[in-house]
Design a protein around this ligand. Structure first.
Ligand code: ADP
Length: 478
């Protein structure tokens, strides 16, 4: 296939089984043909990364800085085009697609700076005349496996620190969204990365992902995706006794207290639960509302949700793009039925709708009269579905917020400093938002959660060094 986008292995583009990248807003629109790698190619990629490691891990800091800097500049200069590609292959709106692309550029910019800020410690020994140095070194070959919901930002926040700290990479993006991944690798190789430092193997999790996950030559594995796959890959990594980092699901609570600014609360919930079609691990899916404000809040929220326009991601008037594919949409529909069967009241939405084009469109769904033990309040749906739970007071709200297997993000709308402070201290989540949506985070500070949401070191910001480096303690007798 001459027009297929190929895999990148050991510094060369390599063809494979072509797979169609389909636009979820319009299934007649094929974004492109992308080569699926096979097991042998995945192993070639791992071998290439291993061979490139000795030299890249000793590369000059200015070289790393300049490559990351050039990548950032090019992503920013092409933000409209790349944002459009993102929206076309994943289905989030163009504003969101361009925003995510800018964020990817900012992440490369941040790690371009970090490359020049590597540091260690020099400390006195407890023994006279002995000096101790504590330094950080690259880990080796990093396997990077990413999901479909942030096709450029998640690859960016794994690739940039991996490269910055001197590791080499085997990168497998989600099968549904190879377009942004391919563009990123193309940009990085033209920015000057030596052959073998970054290898792209597109394709299926059960083939390419498995090969990476089971390889003894992969020294560290970073994964973002579903809870089941993440748990399996963590076990795989434990067997090999290698470093691993898993970012998985969420069932994020957003608490609305009676003293909240109603507009702020409704904004946070509309944004947090439904934007990006609810396909974010930080989406608010449990809306916990104090009973004295419950009916008024639900009335205003229902008006807002009803007014949301669902449609083609590239249409400027669209608020909510399509669901990513047929199987995700069918799963969302199942949960609509499950919620009703469990006794929750479907206030609005949930139905599949047709658009001007053949796409996977679903109206945002709002359930009320939910209890926290219903499946729609416990299982991650990963779609535009939110469950409203009424509680008596702040103490019950906090207890319900924390009563979950997950612990990624948690939010509260309140004007009370006392409750905001107490919630920040007592929420069992990795990220806590006060008067802000549960989704939407900065790129320069740690990202990650607790319980079944995350395993291993935090991602992003300076904390990324924890995963992408290993510590050495050296003693010298004077
Ligand atoms: P999602 O619902 O986001 O697709 P998955 O956990 O299925 O969540 O997929 C996340 C990433 O993990 C994708 O790149 C996928 O191809 C990959 N993947 C899925 N199954 C496996 C597996 N068994 N081994 C390695 N990677 C996998």
């Amino acid at each position: 296939m001459s027009d297929q986008k190929q895999n990148f292995i050991g510094g060369a583009w390599v063809s494979g089984e072509p797979a169609e990248n389909v636009n979820p807003s319009n299934t007649a629109d094929i974004v492109g043909l992308y080569a699926r790698a096979n097991v042998a190619q995945a192993n070639d990629a791992i071998a290439a990364a291993k061979a490139a490691f000795p030299s890249w891990s000793r590369s000059g800091l200015m070289e790393r800085h300049a490559i990351l800097r050039r990548a950032s500049d090019e992503i920013l200069a092409r933000k409209d085009e790349l944002g459009r590609l993102l929206s076309r292959e994943e289905g989030k709106t163009l504003v969101e697609g361009i925003g995510e692309t800018v964020r990817a550029a900012q992440i490369f910019d941040f790690y371009a700076g970090e490359a020049l800020r590597l540091s260690g410690e020099s400390v006195p020994s407890v023994r006279p005349d002995v000096g101790v140095e504590v330094t950080r070194e690259a880990v080796g070959v990093v396997g990077i496996i990413t999901p479909w919901n942030f096709p450029i930002a998640i690859p960016a926040w794994k690739l940039a620190p991996a490269i910055c700290y001197g590791n080499t990479v085997v990168f497998k993006p989600a099968d549904l969204v190879p377009g942004c991944a391919w563009a990123l690798v193309d940009i990085l190789q033209r920015a000057g990365l030596p052959g073998g430092v970054l290898n792209l193997v597109m394709g299926q999790g059960s083939v390419v992902g498995q090969t990476i996950a089971q390889s003894r030559d992969v020294d560290a594995l970073t994964f973002t995706g579903s809870q089941g796959t993440g748990a399996a890959l963590a076990l795989e990594s434990a067997k090999l006794m290698r470093k691993s980092q898993m970012e998985m699901g969420g069932k994020n609570p957003f608490v609305v207290l009676a003293d909240a600014d109603l507009d702020v609360a409704v904004d946070c919930v509309t944004q947090g639960a439904f934007y990006s079609t609810g396909q974010r691990c930080t989406a608010s899916s449990r809306i916990i509302v104090q009973e004295s404000i419950h009916d008024r809040f639900l009335e205003v929220l229902t008006e807002r949700v009803t007014a949301l326009k669902v449609g083609d991601a590239l249409d400027a008037s669209t608020h909510i793009g399509p669901v990513v594919d047929e199987s995700q949409l069918a799963q969302n529909e199942d949960y609509i039925q499950i919620g009703q069967a469990e006794g929750a009241r479907l206030v609005v939405g949930g139905e599949r709708i047709s658009g001007a084009t053949q796409g996977f469109y679903q109206r945002p769904a709002l359930f009320a009269e939910c209890s926290n033990d219903m499946r729609i309040a416990r299982e991650e749906i990963f779609g535009p579905v939110a469950a409203v739970i009424s509680v008596k007071d702040y103490d019950e709200a906090l207890a319900v917020a924390n009563d979950t297997d997950f612990g990624l993000s948690a939010g509260i709308a309140t004007s009370s400093l006392k409750h905001a402070t107490h919630f920040k201290r007592n929420s069992e989540a990795g990220m806590v938002m006060v008067n802000l949506p549960t989704a939407g985070v900065d790129f320069h500070v740690p990202f990650g959660g607790r319980k079944a949401s995350s395993f291993g070191a935090r991602e992003q910001g300076r904390y990324a060094a924890e995963f992408y480096t290993t510590v050495k303690t050296a003693y010298t007798m004077a």
